[in-house]
Design a protein around this ligand. Structure first.
Ligand code: ATP
Length: 227
């Protein structure tokens, strides 16, 4: 039995099901938009998760410096989740310097030994997984749920293909039989919105209505972000 499987066997209730299930959507959220919120909400409903949190990263080590400060991105996230069932986990912004997803998931696993943790990511993010720090260890702490478009192309990277061959499951219910270790490629309707596009719209003086919640658009306007 491999290490991920050993960990995944702990914390199941009498019906061999995890006590709780938590979805975690990591990202830069620079700024948060309806694409992120819909992804989190769809996952919560489709996967039947107890809770979903948005986990903003302090310094995205794989990309350029964010356009807004950590505190502005966090303020926009808190504004965006108002009135939704989503939660914000600000632990990565509370520390200094780079925080790696694998370390955050390891910490969550220690805090929640009986919870099935589903780390949610879009397929663009999944295709870049081999560049993440200690990416091969992620499945020891969480399941991966990859939001795909219908008819998506499988990843080209051989290491990712190997990982999928070992860990992919086809059914949502499979995520409830273990605490971690599975990958689900889940077809989810994705809104064609990106933070890059929002920042470009702000620079061009265009309106953000219906791309992000009004409170986020107002915050960007009031604090003159992304100009
Ligand atoms: P940028 O345009 O600056 O790269 P982004 O809009 O892709 O930003 P991120 O914070 O990088 O936002 O994304 C966090 C997560 O949300 C990633 O897993 C990404 O795949 C996913 N995501 C981003 N936009 C969408 C969208 N429109 N629909 C579904 N998922 C999305």
């Amino acid at each position: 039995m491999d290490r991920a499987r050993e960990r995944g066997g702990q914390g199941l209730n009498a019906d061999s099901q995890p006590v709780r299930s938590l979805g975690v959507l990591g990202g830069t959220f620079d700024p948060v938009h309806h694409g992120h919120l819909r992804l989190a909400i769809e996952c919560r409903e489709v996967l039947g998760l107890s809770e979903v949190c948005l986990l903003p990263a302090r310094l995205p080590n794989l990309r350029d410096e964010p356009g807004a400060s950590a505190s502005d991105r966090l303020a926009m996230l808190y504004a965006a989740v108002q009135g939704t069932a989503l939660r914000v986990d600000d632990r990565e912004l509370a520390g200094n310097g780079i925080t790696y997803t694998v370390e955050t998931l390891a910490a969550l696993r220690r805090e929640e030994p009986h919870t099935a943790i589903c780390f949610i990511l879009g397929q663009d993010a999944f295709n870049g997984l081999p560049r993440w720090h200690r990416w091969q260890e992620l499945l020891g702490f969480a399941h991966l749920v990859v939001a795909t478009r219908p008819g998506y192309a499988p990843p080209q990277d051989e290491a990712l293909q190997d990982l999928l061959a070992r860990a992919e499951v086809q059914e949502v219910d499979a995520l409830k039989t273990r605490l971690s270790g599975h990958i689900l490629m889940q077809s989810i309707p994705l809104l064609p919105i990106s933070a890059t596009d929002l920042r470009a719209r702000v620079r061009a003086g265009r309106c953000l209505a219906a791309l992000t919640p009004p409170a986020v658009a107002e915050y960007i306007e009031q604090h003159r972000l992304y100009r």
